[in-house]
Ligand binder design. Structure first.
Ligand code: C2E
Ligand code: MG
Ligand code: MG
Length: 612
């Protein structure tokens, strides 16, 4: 290695000047001085050489230690030197690569234009930085982040290129994984909900004249029982098989998984055969699956729609599919239901009602909560109250929740409506608690859609904080269908968390749903509300009398309380007292009433006066 020695140091010049003097000077003394000067000069040169060597060794160590590959090439881009990181990344050692052109490493991923641009930028600006794909000695291609500098001589001609690069294949793989996580369902490899939205939007945008989209939202019935009986691993295997079969059957269509046991199929078609298509999907997907030596025959529920007839926006279509699926589930499982286009027609009174309900939610002053009290059937003692939603329509008068709640559920308004109820019920409970009304639980009805479209838990906790209430002052009524709706996820842990916080939990309309007594054992339920269908014909109906007694006995055995709903007569009341029922709710004691009327009846005179 050539080591430049600096000549603009005075000692060197003095030594050079003293050198002839050592020979020609006759005076011994002066000669000695000249020799000393020469020795000094030589010592300085030696010191410089040592320092340069040390500097060279240090920079060589730094280059060797660098984790970036470093390559020095000549003006023809032939490799002159490489560092160990280069060997580590590319697999070529110094002997193998020195003298070869650096292009040897290029992977055939970039086109001619890319390299043209690379060279023209490098020559014009003296540097280039960016991502480039190269090939290792063993053939695999990898991406690198490359920085190249052109080194010029005194005349300004390029004499060398110095390149630094790092292997970014790990980062790229991670980026790819992240992209996949964002858009792909990890279990089945199918597009996830987000990606399905994009794909639906893109298919809608590319629809040509005469083409339609058939869209099916498919829900596997009873996946939960497969998980419970065969284990989650087998449940996952079943989902993967289901996905495979579905994707194979509708090749060319978009197939995705929205989560849990919900799948979606989107096909572009020129045929008007929506219903036969759904029937064929059902027929194919209901054939048995073999999972760990079991032949499983699945039930599936399908909500479907067709674009552009049922909507041209993916958000609207998703909502309509969910509504159709939800309604299909209400019919009992294993049904298919197409979103009814009639709902979309402007002259449809139901649609007008939906838009009125939207307006009512915004203004808030048409909605009210009424409260129905619960009593001991023998003593009449006040034991609790249920908040029941009322809509005072400006033209149509009072509309029953039985009419507008299913509408809100179908049209995506339930989460909002539900939060309105929670907010108002908590505010009312706070007012009562701080105002001296009897300390009772206020029970709130919760729709399934609040559980999977809204964040019920956060909403409840925020309201409690706002109104300084304790969870034990609020009760949640859920119907059996909510507990079994797999779209809400496994309700067990969610209910347990709510119950652990102190919320009381009741099963509403018990006996009308898909009564599965198993969940009563599994879930942290405090009360069951026996539906009024079993009370109506008491005490005359022998069958109802037997059912009521059996439910009361079972509940007593499990430590649960029973509320009999819809008690209208003294006879019903007496029967229930004799059967051991301790809580009733019904017109016999009270109809649902506005809060102010309730206060007049039950509050101490001060609060009632304040309310007036
Ligand atoms: P539910 O939760 O079972 O409420 C009891 C229903 O029975 C109420 O009807 C109540 O007025 C009625 N009822 C009470 N006692 C008697 C009686 O002695 N005889 C008869 N014939 N009926 C009686 P309402 O207020 O029309 O509510 C109907 C359903 O609407 C409720 O049934 C509940 O499922 C739903 N609902 C009401 N408010 C809300 C709410 O805020 N959120 C949700 N998600 N659902 C609600
Ligand atoms: Mg209720
Ligand atoms: Mg009920």
């Amino acid at each position: 290695m050539w080591l430049p020695i600096s000549l603009n140091r005075p000692l060197v010049w003095v030594a050079l000047a003293a050198l002839p003097a050592c020979i020609w000077l006759t005076d011994a003394m002066l000669r000695m001085v000249a020799v000393s000067l020469v020795i000094f000069g030589l010592w300085d040169v030696w010191r410089q050489v040592r320092q340069q060597r040390q500097r060279y060794r240090l920079s060589q160590s730094a280059i060797n230690l660098a984790s970036d590959a470093i390559v020095v090439c000549d003006a023809d881009n032939r490799v002159m030197a490489v560092n160990p990181a280069f060997t580590e990344i590319t697999g070529y050692n110094s002997q193998e690569i020195v003298g070869r052109k650096l292009e040897t490493l290029a992977a055939p991923r970039h086109d001619k234009a890319f390299y043209q641009n690379f060279w023209s930028t490098l020559k014009a600006t003296g540097c280039w930085e960016g991502e480039m794909w190269n090939r290792r000695k063993h053939g695999d291609e990898y991406p690198e982040w490359l920085k190249v500098r052109a080194i010029t001589d005194k005349q300004g001609n390029i004499s060398h290129f110095i390149s630094l690069f790092t292997d970014i294949s790990v980062q790229k793989a991670r980026e790819h994984d992240l992209r996949r996580i964002g858009y792909e369902d990890p279990l089945t490899g199918l597009p996830n909900r987000r990606r399905l939205h994009d794909l639906m939007t893109s298919r809608l945008r590319h629809l040509r004249a005469g083409e339609s989209l058939d869209i099916a939202l498919i829900d596997i019935d009873g996946l939960k029982s497969v998980n419970d009986s065969l284990g989650v691993e087998q449940g996952d295997r079943l989902l993967a098989r289901f996905a495979q079969r579905l994707a194979g059957y509708v090749a060319g269509s978009v197939v995705g998984r929205l989560g849990g046991d919900e799948f979606m199929v989107i096909r572009t078609t020129t045929f008007d055969d929506h219903d036969p298509w759904i029937a064929s999907l059902r027929e194919h997907m209901c054939r048995p699956f073999e999972v760990s030596d079991h032949l499983l025959r699945l039930g599936i529920t399908i909500g479907s729609c067709r674009a552009p007839e049922d909507g041209c926006d993916s958000g609207v279509l998703f909502q309509r599919l969910e509504s159709a699926l939800y309604s299909a589930k209400r019919l009992g499982r294993n049904h298919s239901l197409r979103f009814r286009p009639a709902l979309d027609k402007q002259d449809n009174p139901q649609l007008a009602l939906v838009s009125d309900l939207r307006a009512a939610l915004i203004s808030g002053d048409q909605l009210e909560l009424h409260y129905q009290t619960q009593h001991h059937p023998g003593t009449g003692e006040l034991l609790g109250m249920e908040a029941l939603l009322r809509w005072r329509h400006p033209l149509d008068g009072m509309i029953s929740p039985g009419d507008f709640i299913p509408l809100a559920e179908r049209h995506g308004l339930m989460a909002e409506l539900g939060s309105w109820v929670i907010e108002k019920a908590c505010a009312q409970q706070a007012h009562w608690q701080h105002g001296g009304m009897p300390k009772l639980i206020v029970w709130i009805n919760i729709s399934a859609l609040q559980l999977f479209q809204g964040d019920l838990e956060t909403q409840l906790n925020t309201c409690l904080k706002r109104y300084q209430l304790k969870p034990s002052q609020i009760g949640l009524e859920l119907t059996e269908s909510v507990l079994l709706d797999e779209r809400a996820g496994d309700m067990g842990p969610r209910l347990k968390a709510l119950s652990d916080q102190g919320y009381a939990i009741a099963i509403d309309d018990f006996g009308t749903g898909y009564s599965s007594l198993g969940y009563l054992k599994r879930l942290p339920v405090d009360k069951i509300k026996l539906d009024r269908a079993f009370i109506r014909e008491l005490p005359n109906s022998k069958a109802d009398a037997a059912i009521v007694k059996a439910v009361l006995a079972m509940a007593a055995g499990m430590g649960l309380e029973v509320v009999a709903e819809g008690v209208e007569t003294l006879e019903q009341c007496l029967f229930l007292v004799n059967a051991g029922c301790t809580i009733v709710q019904g017109f016999y004691f009270a109809r649902p009433l506005p809060a102010a009327e309730l206060e007049q009846r039950w509050a101490p005179p001060l609060l009632a006066a304040a309310a007036v």
